[in-house]
Design a protein around this ligand. Structure first.
Ligand SMILES: [Zn+2]
Length: 165
């Protein structure tokens, strides 16, 4: 069974968890809870600024921040990085102990701290695994932004699929 990224690099999904046998993306309410939560969150972070850029430029200079190219970590405590800063994240994760936070919500804060302390990948650090992604394939859910709304939305989908007369 293959793994695929959707929209952004980083998060990987079992093909069978997000696509039907015909290769169409499944309706959001036909996905398992964990997949659905990640897809809903993905839809929200896909247009968000890179965290590293944001740490450098702040809310007042959002225009200076690059768009997300990849997302790592767990939904709601994920790390979003652009093309430029993805190597920094990967370097931190692989070489600077970031992987100790694998699967933990602390991953986001730990990376932010390291980056704010001046942590960077050495020049030319690569290791980015390029996966073809297609932003248009991400199923659209409404444009909520807060963590609480994301949870509520993920939880609410079941209700929408019920047949209530
Ligand atoms: Zn960036």
């Amino acid at each position: 069974m293959g793994k695929v990224s959707i929209g952004l690099r980083g998060w990987r999904f079992d093909e069978s968890a997000v696509f039907t046998d015909d290769g169409e993306i499944k309706p959001i309410d036909a996905m398992e809870y964990e997949t659905r939560q990640r897809v809903v969150r993905l839809r929200q972070v896909i247009d968000s600024p890179c965290h590293a850029c944001w740490l450098l430029h702040g809310d007042e200079n959002l225009d200076a921040c690059n768009e997300a190219a990849a997302v790592y970590g767990e939904p709601l405590s994920e790390v979003v990085v652009c093309e430029t800063h993805e190597p920094d994240f990967l370097y931190w994760y692989r070489e600077e102990g970031g992987n100790e936070h694998r699967g933990e919500p602390e991953l986001q804060d730990a990376f932010h701290e390291w980056f704010l302390d001046g942590g960077r990948a050495p020049d030319g650090y690569g290791g980015v695994e390029h996966v073809d992604t297609d932003p248009t394939v991400v199923p659209h859910v409404s444009g909520t932004t807060s963590a609480a709304e994301a949870e509520r939305e993920a939880n609410a989908v079941d209700l929408d699929s019920l047949d209530i007369d």
